[in-house]
Design a protein around this ligand. Structure first.
Ligand code: ADP
Ligand code: MG
Length: 317
C-alpha cells in the first residue's frame, strides 16, 4: 500500500463538509462565516498515550483534544487536517484508528480536509478549524473580579487512570473510559458565548488551567485577579468514590486530561447558565469566584484554606 493508496483507503471520503474544497489538492479551501478559530495538538506515542493503546481510542482522542480547544473558545467545528507519521502501513491499525477518528468527526459534522502522511515513529498532529462570532469568542483573558467560577462535568478520573496504568495496574472501567473517550463540550461552549466572560478547557488540571485564566485576565485588566475555590463544590468524578477524600480532591483539582470547560461568568448569568446546561444534559458546578486577592485559594467547608499544589502538568519540568 503506497502513500496515496493509504490516504484514499482510510482518509479520503470525498466529502468536504463545510469546506469549499477538501482532500486532493495542494490546499483545502475554507470560507468561515465569522472569526476563524484555529488550534493544533500533537499526540506522540509513549508520551501522550500508552503504546499499546487501542488505535480506535487514539483516533478518537487525537481529534477530541482539538475539538475541546474549539469548545473552550465557544467555536463550532468546521474542519480538520491530519498529519500522520506511521511506523508501518498497518491496515488493521488504520481501520480502527480512522473509525475512532471519523465517529467523533461525524458527530460534530467536522470533515477531514487534508493532511500529510509519512513513515516515522507514531505521531499524530491534528489542526482543527472552527468559527465563532468575533465578539463572542470565549477568551482566557476576559475574566473579571466578581465573576463566578464554573466547571462542567466531573474531574479527576482520567488522571487516576493514568496513575493506575503507570503503576502497571488495570484502571477501573469508569476511570479508563474518562481517559480514553473524552467528550469535547462543543455545545456547551456555543451556549456560553453570550453568557460567559472567559473559558478554558481543563486539560492540564483545574488549578493550573484556572491559573492561566487569572494570569491572562490580570494582564489584560491591568489589575491583580485571584480566585477562591470552594473545595466541597468541586465535582469529583463518581469513578473515584472508593478513594480516600484528600486523594479524590487532589485528583479533581490537579489531575489532567479531563477536557471539561472551566469558565467565568457574571452572577447575573447564573439562571441562564443553569438552564442552558440542563437543556444539554450536562452537569455544571459553580465552584468559586474571581476576586482581587492574589493567588488561587481553595477553602474547606468552614472557609479554612487547604494546602494545595497549584502546579499543572508541564512537559519540560
Ligand atoms: P502535497 O505534496 O501537495 O503536500 P500530498 O501528496 O502530501 O500533497 O497529499 C495529497 C493530498 O492528500 C493533499 O490534499 C493532502 O492534504 C492529502 N492528505 C495527505 N495525507 C493526509 C492524511 N493523513 N489525511 C487527510 N488528507 C491527507
Ligand atoms: Mg504533503
Amino acid at each position: 500500500m503506497d502513500e496515496f493508496a493509504l490516504i484514499r483507503r482510510f482518509f479520503d471520503r470525498g466529502a468536504a463538509g463545510d469546506a469549499l474544497l477538501g482532500i486532493g489538492d495542494d490546499c483545502a479551501l475554507l470560507a468561515p462565516p465569522d472569526a476563524l478559530a484555529v488550534t493544533t495538538d500533537m499526540l506522540v506515542g509513549g508520551r501522550h498515550f500508552f503504546d499499546e493503546a487501542r488505535p480506535r481510542v487514539i483516533g478518537h482522542k487525537s481529534l477530541a483534544v482539538n475539538l475541546s480547544d474549539l469548545a473552550a473558545m465557544g467555536a463550532e467545528p468546521l474542519a480538520f487536517t491530519l498529519a500522520l507519521a506511521l511506523p508501518a502501513a498497518d491496515a488493521a491499525w488504520l481501520t480502527e484508528f480512522s473509525a475512532g477518528l471519523f465517529e467523533l468527526a461525524d458527530r460534530h459534522r467536522c470533515a477531514l480536509i487534508g493532511g500529510d502522511t509519512t513513515r516515522g515513529p507514531l505521531n499524530i498532529c491534528i489542526t482543527a478549524f472552527g468559527h465563532v462570532p468575533r465578539e463572542q469568542a470565549l477568551r482566557r483573558d476576559r475574566a473579571r473580579a466578581g465573576d463566578d467560577l464554573w466547571v462542567s462535568g466531573e474531574l479527576g478520573a482520567a488522571a487516576h487512570a493514568v496513575a493506575e496504568r503507570q503503576a502497571g495496574r488495570v484502571a477501573a472501567d469508569a476511570a479508563a473510559a474518562r481517559l480514553d473517550w473524552p467528550v469535547p463540550r462543543i455545545e456547551l461552549g456555543v451556549a456560553l458565548r453570550a453568557l460567559a466572560h472567559a473559558a478554558i478547557d481543563v486539560s492540564d488540571g483545574l488549578l493550573g488551567d484556572v491559573g492561566h485564566v487569572l494570569e491572562r485576565s490580570s494582564a489584560a485588566a491591568g489589575e491583580v485577579l485571584g480566585a477562591e475555590i470552594d473545595g466541597p463544590a468541586v465535582p469529583v468524578d463518581a469513578a473515584l468514590a472508593a478513594l480516600p477524600e484528600p486523594m479524590r480532591l487532589a485528583l479533581a483539582l490537579a489531575g489532567g486530561d479531563d477536557y471539561e470547560l472551566a469558565f467565568t461568568a457574571p452572577p447575573a448569568s447564573r439562571a441562564r447558565i443553569d438552564a442552558a446546561a440542563a437543556d444539554l444534559g450536562i452537569r455544571i458546578s459553580r465552584i468559586g469566584r474571581i476576586d482581587r486577592e492574589p493567588g488561587l485559594r481553595v477553602v474547606d467547608r468552614d472557609g479554612r484554606r487547604l494546602p494545595v499544589n497549584a502546579r499543572s502538568f508541564d512537559h519540560f519540568r
